[in-house]
Design a protein around this ligand. Structure first.
Ligand code: FES
Ligand code: FES
Length: 142
């Protein structure tokens, strides 16, 4: 459909022109995570201040789904409160399970990946960056 074609374009754009690629300074939260099924990895750094994700960058190697998802994720959570970022993670998780999700939130481009729910082998690719984000923010809150 046209929507699928549009979503494919959005995914490829994030893959070819990743947003927020790089590493933030030492005082940020750093998470390294592997996708156990393929060994691909991501490093996520986030600057969290006053309960707000001020900045986020990622590095890593992976397939187009994992890298575009990391790009979309960082773009979407920047400037959000920790609780909002966590809510977005649960929206994305529901999306990946093909469940209904709260689309009243500012979802950015992340809906472009909703088709991944039909390909169970790829879901771990799409969720890698989100798992890294949740891990980092959970550690931050302790
Ligand atoms: Fe199989 Fe990503 S782990 S496609
Ligand atoms: Fe490894 Fe997708 S195949 S992250």
């Amino acid at each position: 459909s046209n929507l699928d074609a549009l979503y494919r374009q959005v995914i490829m754009d994030h893959y070819k022109n990743p947003r927020n690629r790089g590493v933030l300074a030492d005082d940020s939260v750093t998470v390294n995570l592997n996708n156990p099924t393929c060994g691909d990895r991501i490093q996520l750094t986030m600057k969290v201040e006053d309960g707000i994700v001020r900045d986020a960058k990622f590095e890593g190697e992976g397939c187009s789904i994992s890298m575009s998802s990391a790009s979309m994720m960082t773009q979407t959570i920047k400037g959000k409160k920790i609780e909002e970022a966590m809510q977005l993670a649960s929206v994305f998780s529901n999306m990946m399970q093909g469940k209904e999700y709260d689309d009243s939130l500012d979802l950015g481009d992340i809906e472009a990946l909703q088709g991944v729910s039909k390909f169970p082998a790829r879901i771990k690719c799409a969720t890698l960056a989100w798992k890294a984000m949740e891990k980092g923010l959970n550690e931050q809150q302790q």
